[in-house]
Design a protein around this ligand. Structure first.
Ligand code: SF4
Ligand code: SF4
Length: 292
């Protein structure tokens, strides 16, 4: 078992900040609480059925993890790429009541599974037993479905070598879409959307993200959320697939659907604010939206 810091609440110091509790984890896309990450192979070993219901609905099977006197129960998230024999649990949850209503009662405390040898703290515990707790618990995720199911890719990738050989590949794909959906006029905006075309005079605002550099940290998401004093919606609403983030970083796995443990990579697609030229926050944007 590995106890690790997640990006939102860290060691627990961020647990009292509701904006950080609601910031989705870059990979699991989960908010408001911790969970046990396991591999597909381990899920099979535990008899957890990975059907559509598992993926779509927030109710996840709960496992009991024990080591000596330490014992916790956590909902399971099966993550592609997890080592078959490793269970990973974020620390910083399960805070005491006196920490306030944001942190108290959210998740469980994984620190009892760490150890101190007089010099350093070990966050790896090789002596845990895992059993099925025989119940389910809800995990609030902002992205739940992990397959294109054979549809056209949403996120397209290429290499510099391929781009040099075929620099027009992406343009050709876009042209093909226009031909398909706007065959009469060739104007995608006029023909291929239900929404009317509206004029956008004056300054144009935009945001560029180096897609090779983005590693999904979510700093832009939480900075924008805070800059604009946007409220959080809480776990109960995230469980209903609602959230109030004005930016979103989608995550995709690169793997064979039938062998997800052999993960080839994870890619992120920033979905930036769509404020159409005239948002008051652009002048103070912490994410550096700029006039183009
Ligand atoms: S765009 Fe930058 S700040 Fe936002 S998730 Fe990617 S790396 Fe993080
Ligand atoms: S322009 Fe406004 S909505 Fe867009 S990222 Fe910046 S602060 Fe957020």
């Amino acid at each position: 078992m590995v106890v690790y810091r997640n990006i939102g609440v860290g060691t627990g110091v961020g647990a009292t900040n509701p904006w950080l509790q609601e910031l989705p984890d870059p990979v699991t896309r989960a908010t408001w609480g911790n969970y046990a990450l396991i591999s597909v192979a381990k899920a099979k070993e535990l008899g957890i059925e990975l059907d559509n219901d598992y993926e779509y609905y927030p109710e996840k099977p709960v496992i009991k993890i024990q080591s000596g006197k330490a014992s916790i129960e956590l909902p399971v998230l099966v993550m592609p790429g997890m080592n078959a024999n490793t269970i990973a649990v974020p620390m910083g949850y399960g805070r005491a009541d006196f920490t306030g209503r944001t942190a108290a009662g959210v998740g469980v405390n994984a620190y009892p599974f760490t150890s101190f040898n007089g010099t350093t703290v070990s966050f790896v515990n090789p002596n845990v037993t895992v059993t099925d707790a025989g119940r389910k618990e809800k995990v609030a995720q902002t992205q739940i479905h992990n397959s294109y199911e054979g549809r056209v890719e949403v996120l397209r990738e290429t290499t510099l070598g391929t781009f040099k050989k075929r620099p027009n590949e992406i343009k050709e794909w876009r042209d093909h879409l226009v031909e398909t959906f706007a065959a009469t006029s060739g104007d995608f905006r006029k023909e291929a959307t239900l929404y009317g075309v509206h004029e956008t005079p004056g300054l144009k605002w935009g945001m560029n993200v180096d897609m090779n550099a983005c590693f999904g940290c979510g700093a832009c998401v939480v900075a924008c959320h805070i800059e604009n004093n946007v409220p959080i919606v809480g776990k109960s609403e995230v469980l209903r697939y609602h959230d109030m983030h004005w930016l979103r970083i989608d995550r995709y796995f690169i793997s064979d659907e039938n062998n997800a443990d052999e993960l080839k990579g994870v890619v992120f697609q920033p979905m930036m604010c769509q404020h159409c030229d005239n948002a008051p926050c652009e002048n103070v944007c912490p994410v550096a939206a700029k006039p183009q």
